[in-house]
Design a binder for this molecule. Structure first.
Ligand SMILES: Nc1ncnc2c1ncn2[C@@H]1O[C@H](COP(=O)(O)OP(=O)(O)O)[C@@H](O)[C@H]1O
Ligand SMILES: [Mg+2]
Length: 151
């Protein structure tokens, strides 16, 4: 599915929609796109919709930020600075991608085989001063969410 996001508020709104649609079972979103595309903005929209107040920054140095929210725990990854995917061995990724969490991963390409299959892959690209987003489902749970996304 392709969606046009005219401005930042549209990106936040898509994050909000995903917050409402993603099941409370274990679920994984990959966010792809260049620096400044809007991966963290979308994550912020999602986290705020789940009740997080305050800042959301890419956890570029810490690799992962945990949010314990009313409905569930969200882990927000930013793997931009990962040079060798083996670095992820030390993080113990299996513990994150279990226990009914919602995992959002920026720069999943840096994580290669250490990451599980995403339920949804969201690719954001520049379109003049706006953005285009392409969403693809890679599991039945992801397909179920994608069917309900409004564009
Ligand atoms: N749909 C959009 N159209 C135009 N600008 C956007 C849109 N969505 C987000 N932005 C802007 O683009 C930038 C995205 O930054 P950020 O979310 O940190 O990107 P990333 O995490 O992909 O590096 C922010 O300045 C934000 O205001
Ligand atoms: Mg970011």
């Amino acid at each position: 599915m392709d969606i046009f996001l005219a401005d930042e508020s549209a990106t936040l709104e898509l994050g909000k929609q995903l917050a409402q649609l993603c099941p409370t079972s274990q679920f994984t979103l990959f966010l792809e796109g260049e620096l400044g595309a809007g991966k963290t903005t979308l994550s912020r929209g999602l986290l705020r919709a789940l009740g997080h107040q305050g800042n959301v920054k890419s956890p570029t140095y810490t690799l992962v930020e945990r949010y314990d929210l009313a409905s569930r725990t969200v882990f927000h990854f930013d793997l931009y600075r990962v040079i060798d995917p083996e670095e992820l061995d030390y993080l113990g990724l299996d513990d994150y991608f279990s226990n009914q969490s919602l995992c959002i991963v920026e720069w999943p390409s840096q994580g290669s085989d250490y990451l599980p299959t995403a339920d949804l892959i969201i690719e954001i690209s520049y379109k003049n001063h706006s953005r285009n987003v392409k969403i693809t489902a890679h599991t039945p749970a992801g397909e179920n969410v994608l069917e309900q996304v409004n564009n």
